[in-house]
Write a protein that binds this ligand. Structure first.
Ligand SMILES: Nc1ncnc2c1ncn2[C@@H]1O[C@H](COP(=O)(O)OP(=O)(O)OP(=O)(O)O)[C@@H](O)[C@H]1O
Ligand SMILES: [Mg+2]
Length: 288
């Protein structure tokens, strides 16, 4: 069994990826941000974490790998309970990609940058090289390995940041508003990457305000007032105007249009993307 399977990365019946039991935290103990939060994310699930600015989304994910210390409750990641002894191992199980790819570079070249992250894993040089080539190929950055990070576009930088994380073969990948600095083309590229990662069995937790990213995920957790205000499918969220307003979200264009068509008597279901919407509507055009 390889490292990835041991962590349950692709296993169908492994332990849950993330379990929180009654977790609380406050930067100021008098003023807690999260109150007794409990949730369970099975392995392989793609979850969007939403909530208005300041609701504690980034705080919550930082508790998962002990970048911040929870003040109460229990956190378990891929079957391992978070404790002083398990912090290092859990940090290897969770990979995090942040908003600004510029802040994530440490190397002089893209290759150096990716290898830097692998150096702490005590891998052989051959294994490091194998992972570098494999994940750079998957993310389409093989031609950029010799470049200085400053020569890259925003989308390319974010791809490098993702390769650095995937090369560490984590069981869970967390994106904290990772697409908010990207242009539309790079955003769509990131969504394609997420779809591939999901198909490969990664557990994905994505903090996002982006309606298309939410629509592409399987489940939405809405954080509000220090607790979960919603645990639902994207379709259920988009049908909840109160919660949408509370989380400062807008429904995706494909969703809005399909609702309007339904009201006109043309039920086309809920397309998962604009591309799927076009493919669904195309036959109606041809039949005229
Ligand atoms: N280091 C810190 N020290 C004190 N308070 C903090 C710190 N970081 C965040 N906060 C406060 O904690 C609350 C939650 O912040 P957090 O960054 O987790 O929210 P968020 O949901 O990620 O917001 P956004 O959508 O703007 O990224 C906010 O009121 C914020 O001001
Ligand atoms: Mg945040």
């Amino acid at each position: 069994m390889n490292e990835r399977d041991r962590k349950g990365h692709s296993a169908e019946h492994g332990p849950d990826a993330i379990v929180l039991k009654d977790v609380s935290f406050g930067y100021d103990p008098e003023n807690p941000i999260l109150h007794g939060l409990s949730l369970r994310i099975p392995q392989g699930q793609w979850v969007s974490l939403v909530g208005e600015s300041g609701s504690g989304k980034s705080t919550l994910v930082k508790l998962l790998n002990a970048l911040l210390p929870k003040s109460a409750g229990e956190i378990t990641v891929c079957g391992e309970k978070l404790s002083e002894e398990s912090i290092l191992s859990i940090r290897r199980t969770i990979g995090m990609v942040f908003q600004n790819p510029d802040n994530q570079f440490v190397g002089e070249t893209v290759e150096e940058d990716i290898l830097f992250g692998l150096e702490g894993l005590c891998l052989s040089r051959e294994e490091m090289d194998r992972r570098l080539r494999l994940y750079a190929g998957k993310l389409g950055i093989s031609g950029l390995l010799a470049k200085h990070p400053g020569e890259l576009s925003g989308g390319q930088k974010q791809r490098v940041a993702i390769v650095s994380i995937l090369a560490m073969e984590p069981g869970v990948v967390i994106f904290d508003e990772a697409s908010s600095m990207l242009d539309e083309e790079s955003r769509n590229g990131l969504l394609d990457i997420l779809r591939d990662m999901h198909a490969e069995g990664y557990t994905i937790l994505m903090i996002t305000h982006d309606a298309d990213e939410i629509l592409a995920s399987q489940r939405v957790l809405a954080l509000c007032g220090g607790g979960l205000a919603g645990d639902m499918t994207p379709a259920e969220l988009f049908r909840s105007p109160g919660l949408m307003e509370e989380c400062r979200l807008h429904a995706p264009y494909a969703w809005e249009l399909s609702r309007k068509l339904e009201a006109l008597g043309l039920a086309i279901g809920v397309p998962a993307s604009e591309k799927e919407l076009v493919e669904t509507l195309w036959p109606f055009n041809c039949s005229k």
